[in-house]
Design a protein around this ligand. Structure first.
Ligand code: FE2
Ligand code: FE2
Length: 152
């Protein structure tokens, strides 16, 4: 088995703690999305859309850095251990690319929704898009905790 770098344990502990923080951020975002009601009287909805905006952008601040560090410190290391872990590392990186892209698209939609001619439809789409994103990211984090559990 390939030997692990001396810093590996510290790095994996950090990644595990970041997963816990990410799941909390996703719960906050899910809660705000739940409060978002799909109707056109947007001013009544201002507080929840502000919360969704704040939590999504907080996530956008932290997620790319988490992915980059996870790839460099954990995935690239475990990929050298076995063909199965190499395949898992590739799958995780592919999901990172998709999740990064989906979060950028979601944040852009949040910045632009009030330019829409149909606010009700725009809010419904935001809610659906956001809920899909949080579910996908939660699944990704849970999969890593499960599959990399021996390392994290
Ligand atoms: Fe990941
Ligand atoms: Fe992760």
């Amino acid at each position: 088995m390939a030997s692990l770098p001396a810093t590996f344990r510290d790095e994996t502990t950090k990644i595990h703690l970041e997963h816990t923080a990410l799941m909390q951020m996703l719960d906050d975002l899910d809660f705000a999305l739940d409060q978002l009601v799909c109707y056109s009287e947007v001013y009544a909805n201002l507080k929840s859309i502000d919360d969704v905006h704040r939590y999504a952008f907080r996530l956008a601040e932290h997620l790319p850095e988490h992915f980059t560090r996870e790839e460099a410190s954990v995935l690239d290391t475990v990929a050298r251990i076995s063909p199965e872990l190499l395949e898992l590392a590739h799958a995780c990186k592919r999901q990172h690319d998709e999740l990064r892209r989906d979060l950028v698209v979601f944040c852009r939609a949040l910045d632009n929704y009030d330019n829409s001619t149909d606010l009700e439809d725009a809010l419904c789409q935001l809610k659906e898009q956001g809920t899909r994103f949080t579910a996908e990211l939660k699944q990704h984090v849970q999969m890593e905790e499960r599959e990399l559990g021996g390392f994290l």
